[in-house]
Design a protein around this ligand. Structure first.
Ligand code: GLV
Length: 308
C-alpha cells in the first residue's frame, strides 16, 4: 500500500525493495525525522544515536521487545506500536496452530504430498478433540483473551495465568490460576505474553517437565519465550506431545532439531499476516509519524513522556 497520502508533509524514503541491511539503515538515519521499524530491526542505542533528527519510531508490530524504550525516551524519541488491529488475526492463527497440532495436519499434508498415503485407515494420524480439554493462556491481554473467546466456542475448559486477575477473561469463563497449575494441568498451553526479562525462557526444561505428556504448546508471542533446545528434548522424549510455533529466537533460522520433528507445526511468523491487519498496521504507523511530525503525541505512543 502507498503510505504517502497519510504522511502529510513528510516524504517517504523506501530506498529499495525488501529489507535494508543494518549498515544501509544506519547510513540513512541521520537524515530521517521518523522511522517505521519492522520487528526485526534492533532499535538500540547505536541506532538511536545514528538517528540524530529522529522524533519518532513507529514499530510495525504490537510487540516492541526490539526497541530500547528507555533509551528512546531519554533521547526524546516517541515510540509507537500497533495494538488492537492485529488481535483477531493473531488469535485466529494461534487457534490455527492449536488445531493443526491437535489434528496432526502437518504430518497429514506431508504424507499426501509425498505420495505416501495408502488410503483411509481407522488408525491413521489419530489426534485430539478439543471439547472439554483444558486450554491455558499465559498472558490474558488482548490476544490471549481473543484466543479464550475462540476456545469457548469449542467448549474448552479455560484457565489463564496473568500478573493480575482479568475481569474480561473471567467473563469468558476462564479461571485465574498459578503458572504451576496451568502448566501441570493444561492439555494446550498458548503463550501471549510480551518478551521481557521475566518471560525470556519461560518455557524451559523445568517448565516442560511439569507439563502433561499429552500437552501441546502453542507460541505466537516471541521465540525467546521458549528454550527451543529444551522443547526439542521434550518432544523427542515424549515429555509433551506436540507444538505449534510461529516465532523463533533467531528468525529466520529454525533449529534443525525442530525441523526434523513430525510433532511440531512450524510457521514463518505470520500470525498477524492478514491483508486487513497489515493494512491497518501500516496506517497506524503512517498516522503516528504524521501526528508526531506535526507536533502532537500519537495515540499509540508507548512513551508519551518523550514528548516533553
Ligand atoms: C508480531 O509479532 C507483532 O508483535 O506484531
Amino acid at each position: 500500500m502507498d503510505l504517502r497520502p497519510l504522511l502529510g508533509e513528510a516524504s517517504l524514503e523506501v530506498p529499495k525493495e525488501g529489507q535494508l541491511s543494518r549498515g544501509e539503515l544506519l547510513e540513512l538515519l541521520p537524515k530521517a525525522d521518523g522511522l517505521i521499524a519492522l520487528l526485526n530491526v534492533r532499535v538500540d542505542s547505536e541506532l538511536l544515536a545514528a538517528g540524530k533528527r529522529l522524533k519518532i519510531v513507529a514499530n510495525f508490530a504490537v510487540g516492541y521487545d526490539n526497541v530500547d524504550l528507555a533509551e528512546a525516551t531519554r533521547r526524546g524519541v516517541v515510540v509507537t506500536n500497533t495494538p488492537d488491529v492485529l488481535t483477531d488475526a493473531t488469535a485466529d492463527f494461534a487457534f490455527t496452530l492449536l488445531l493443526a497440532a491437535a489434528r496432526r495436519l502437518g504430518e497429514g499434508e506431508r504424507l499426501v504430498r509425498a505420495g505416501a498415503w495408502q488410503g483411509w485407515a481407522p488408525g491413521l494420524l489419530l489426534g485430539t478433540e478439543l471439547r472439554g480439554r483444558r486450554l491455558g493462556v499465559v498472558g490474558a491481554g488482548r490476544i490471549g483473551r481473543a484466543l479464550l473467546q475462540r476456545a469457548k466456542g469449542f467448549a474448552m475448559d479455560l484457565v489463564y495465568d496473568s500478573p493480575r486477575q482479568m475481569p474480561e477473561a473471567e467473563a469468558l469463563g476462564a479461571r485465574h490460576v498459578s503458572r504451576e497449575e496451568l502448566l501441570a494441568t493444561c492439555d494446550f498451553v498458548s503463550l501471549h505474553c510480551p518478551l521481557s526479562q521475566n518471560t525470556k525462557g519461560l518455557i524451559d526444561a523445568k517448565a516442560l517437565a511439569t507439563m502433561k505428556p499429552t500437552a501441546i504448546l502453542v507460541n505466537t508471542a516471541r521465540g525467546a519465550c521458549v528454550d527451543h533446545e529444551a522443547l526439542a528434548d521434550a518432544l523427542e522424549s515424549g515429555a509433551i506431545a506436540g507444538a505449534g510455533l510461529d516465532v523463533f529466537e533467531n528468525e529466520p533460522q529454525v533449529p534443525e532439531r525442530l525441523l526434523e520433528l513430525e510433532s511440531v507445526v512450524l510457521a514463518p511468523h505470520i500470525a498477524s499476516a492478514t491483508l486487513s491487519a497489515r493494512t491497518k498496521m501500516a496506517e497506524i504507523c503512517a498516522n503516528a509519524i504524521r501526528t508526531r511530525l506535526q507536533g502532537s503525541c500519537p495515540p499509540t505512543a508507548l512513551n508519551p513522556e518523550a514528548m516533553q
